[in-house]
Write a protein that binds this ligand. Structure first.
Ligand SMILES: *[C@@H]1O[C@H](CO)[C@@H](O)[C@H](O)[C@H]1NC(C)=O
Ligand SMILES: *[C@@H]1O[C@H](CO)[C@@H](O)[C@H](O)[C@H]1NC(C)=O
Ligand SMILES: *[C@@H]1O[C@H](CO)[C@@H](O)[C@H](O)[C@H]1NC(C)=O
Ligand SMILES: *[C@@H]1O[C@H](CO)[C@@H](O)[C@H](O)[C@H]1NC(C)=O
Ligand SMILES: *[C@@H]1O[C@H](CO)[C@@H](O)[C@H](O)[C@H]1NC(C)=O
Length: 672
């Protein structure tokens, strides 16, 4: 026997500490790639797989990865040596196929199956990474079959060492992209899925339940300048850094795509429900842990004032990255779950789908503190999950009501001081808005309206603009639901008053116009509001006109707390007029006839030419773009063409014959 092989084997057999044994692995790698006698290759491989000192219990991915690398690197060397001019005696004279066959023979019954996956996966990955084509036909295929078979058996083995399934997860995840479809389909996803989910979110090699998020609290201390400091030397920071570097966390993106694929391929639907419940459990713990952490008391917008330099520049960003990756993997998994619900009869049944939808929304709510911070709520996966879950749940009024009740604001009727509670109120409002049509008037009032009420406050802090907008949307949705007609009657006058006081602060022009328009539409005959309060529309328009008299023509500053509105800046006065114009399509003909000239007159009360032109454009648009029904459109045409509307709009009160060349003059009549 090769002398160096004999020495190595003896050292391996006599080392009694995993670290000592691991130090021999580089030698083993070099030797393995150089041996020419197949029996020796098999012997060394067998020793590497069966020597328990290399595999301390519980199994750790990092150690398995070392063994994986031995085989992986040995293949790379072998292939490189074939192409090099190295001396005969310093390299293996076996063909790659012979060598591979000899190595695979080392995966025998002296070692457990799960360790075989390390070998098989490493070989496949190495050939793939070298684009190696020289394997005897069928050998690669055999390796793939062997890997899948070994993985399936290993995962089902109830007596295997604790945590050895993590090694299989590691190998499968890394080799999955290169397996051919036929072999992918042979993986027992039913066995794999629960293991994957547990490994990723709960195991000591993964996100470990997320408890560590709360523990950070102990290390967040006041700094000399009265800010929060989370020290880079602290135990909790080191823990987060370590978690981030874990195998199953650093590759979370790929791993979650693997989870998603498994969800799409399991046969037993109950496993999908299991998976959602586990994700919900994880998210709940995560949310609770975050609340225990002082850092959650800092409003995102105030971080620069409340956190010190070290925290802002060094420690906090590391945590944020882990949070973001975690959120991403949760959403990727949920997307597959809901995708299956949409096309699987068992999952879509009445006994399953409302529960899944509800759990999904709970998960989105629990992780909202992450999604909101990073703006992930507009990513396509998130939108799909959110939209689908709401859509499914809203087909079940009773469950919807239970769900909304279970996430009701903690302090119904008040704005809570804790930023996390306000964020959850925002989630509540954004979600509840889509349920107004199916909830009873009582719930609409007691739960939804009361939840929105504190945020429909004209004196509110404009930093909360986003929640204010959400609250107004909820109120409008409540008012618009037919079963709430009675409620609407009592609310409309109060609401109109509030609206007018809420502009220009805290409501944005967009939201203000939307709200006014919605109320006026609501008050259009033959609605219940129109029947009992026939003057509502006229009153709203009069109030707006009155407000215009004294409104400022200064441009409104953009609100930094809201998404940028992609229109030109406007003055308060112009926005009020735009709000009036927005309403025209909902007025009954007599009222419309009355308000067309009024609108034209108001146009000329706007001093700033560019603002005036914007309003003119909008008026022209409303009259001509099909917003109106036939009868109203006819009224507009008559007014425009034969009742002086055109002159009124374009020239104000000036006589028609005056020479006129105004920039942006409108060719409205050509379009009609
Ligand atoms: C390969 O090398 C070994 C020694 O390392 C030698 O015994 C054997 O004859 C060689 N085989 C071939 C086919 O060259
Ligand atoms: C962290 O610890 C090292 C030595 O243990 C020390 O030199 C360094 O100043 C510490 N850093 C902070 C921010 O406390
Ligand atoms: C999973 O595999 C991908 C390649 O497919 C790799 O980039 C990622 O790091 C792996 N993740 C883990 C946890 O091993
Ligand atoms: C923190 O980061 C900002 C920009 O990201 C940089 O300007 C500043 O110098 C950094 N401060 C420290 C103390 O590293
Ligand atoms: C979910 O989607 C609806 C629209 O379908 C949206 O109004 C709501 O804001 C979304 N929820 C979150 C939390 O983003």
């Amino acid at each position: 026997m090769d002398r160096s092989l004999a020495t190595l084997l003896r050292s391996l057999q006599t080392s009694d500490h995993p670290d000592d044994a691991a130090r021999l692995l580089p030698v083993a790698t070099g030797l393995l790639s150089r041996l020419s006698n197949p029996l020796n290759i098999t012997l060394l491989t067998s020793q590497l797989l069966s020597n328990d000192v290399l595999y301390p219990i519980p199994t750790e991915v990092a150690r398995c990865r070392q063994i994986f690398s031995v085989f992986y690197t040995a293949v790379l060397r072998l292939i490189e040596d074939k192409h090099s001019l190295a001396q005969e005696h310093t390299r293996s004279n076996l063909t790659v196929t012979e060598w591979t066959t000899a190595v695979v023979h080392g995966a025998n019954d002296k070692s457990p199956r799960w360790r075989h996956t390390l070998l098989l996966g490493a070989l496949l990955l190495a050939f793939q990474s070298k684009d190696f084509e020289g394997l005897a036909s069928g050998l690669k295929n055999k390796l793939e079959v062997a890997l899948v078979v070994a993985s399936n058996l290993a995962l089902q083995d109830k007596d295997a060492e604790p945590n050895c399934e993590l090694a299989v997860v590691f190998v499968l995840n890394n080799t999955f992209p290169l397996l051919s479809d036929v072999h992918r389909q042979q993986i027992s996803y039913d066995v794999l899925l629960p293991i994957l989910v547990d490994a990723t979110f709960f195991s000591r090699e993964g996100l470990e339940h997320g408890y560590w998020l709360g523990v950070i609290d102990y290390d967040v201390r006041p700094s000399p300048e009265q800010k929060f400091n989370w020290n880079a030397n602290s135990t909790s920071f080191r823990k987060v850094t370590e978690i981030r570097s874990r195998n199953l966390v650093s590759g979370l993106g790929a791993l979650s795509r693997f989870i998603a694929h498994s969800i799409e391929n399991v046969h037993d639907q109950s496993l999908i429900i299991y998976c959602v419940n586990r994700l919900a459990e994880f998210s709940r713990t995560f949310a609770t842990a975050w609340r225990q952490n002082k850092l959650s008391e800092v409003d995102t917008k105030e971080e620069s004032q409340c956190l010190d330099q070290e925290t802002i520049n060094k420690t906090f960003p590391v945590l944020l990255q882990v949070l973001r990756d975690t959120m991403f993997s949760v959403v990727i998994s949920l997307r597959s779950v809901l995708g299956r619900v949409l096309c699987d009869r068992v999952l879509a049944s009445d006994s399953n789908c409302p529960g899944i939808a509800m759990q999904s929304l709970h998960i989105l709510r629990d992780t909202y503190f992450i999604a909101h911070r990073f703006g992930l709520t507009s990513s396509s996966q998130y939108v799909f999950v959110n939209f689908t879950a709401i859509d499914i749940l809203s087909q079940y009024p009773l469950q919807s009501e239970n769900f909304l009740d279970s996430i009701r604001p903690v302090d119904l009727g008040r704005i809570p001081p804790h930023p996390l509670d306000r964020l959850q109120d925002l989630f509540f409002l954004n979600t509840a808005e889509h349920f107004t049509l199916i909830l009873s008037p009582q719930t609409n009032k007691d739960l939804l309206f009361n939840a929105a009420a504190p945020y429909v406050d004209p004196q509110g802090d404009s930093r909360l603009a986003e929640i204010f907008e959400a609250a107004h949307s909820v109120v409008l949705a409540i008012l618009a639901a037919p079963q709430n007609a009675e409620l609407a009657l009592t609310m409309v006058p109060f609401y109109v008053e509030t609206l007018l006081q809420s502009f220009p602060k805290p409501l944005s022009p967009r939201q203000f116009r939307l709200a006014i328009r919605s109320v006026v539409r609501l008050a259009a005959p033959p609605s219940a509001v129109a029947v009992s309060m026939p003057h509502t529309q006229a009153v709203v328009l009069d109030l707006l006109r009155e407000r215009m008299e004294h409104a400022s023509e200064d441009l409104l500053p953009p609100n930094p707390d809201l998404p940028i509105e992609n229109s030109q800046p406007l003055s308060e006065k112009a926005v009020l007029l735009l709000a009036i114009i927005d309403c025209l399509s909902f007025l009954p003909v007599p009222l419309l006839e009355e308000h067309l000239p009024l609108a034209a007159e108001l146009l000329h009360k706007i001093g700033n030419p560019s603002q005036r032109i914007q309003c003119q454009r909008r008026l022209w648009d409303t009259l001509s773009n099909g917003e109106m029904d036939v009868e109203r459109a006819a009224t507009c045409v008559t007014w425009w063409t034969s009742r002086g509307g055109r002159e009124h709009v374009l020239y104000g009160d000036q006589p028609e014959d005056q020479d006129f060349s105004m920039s942006g003059a409108l060719q409205f009549d050509n379009k009609l």
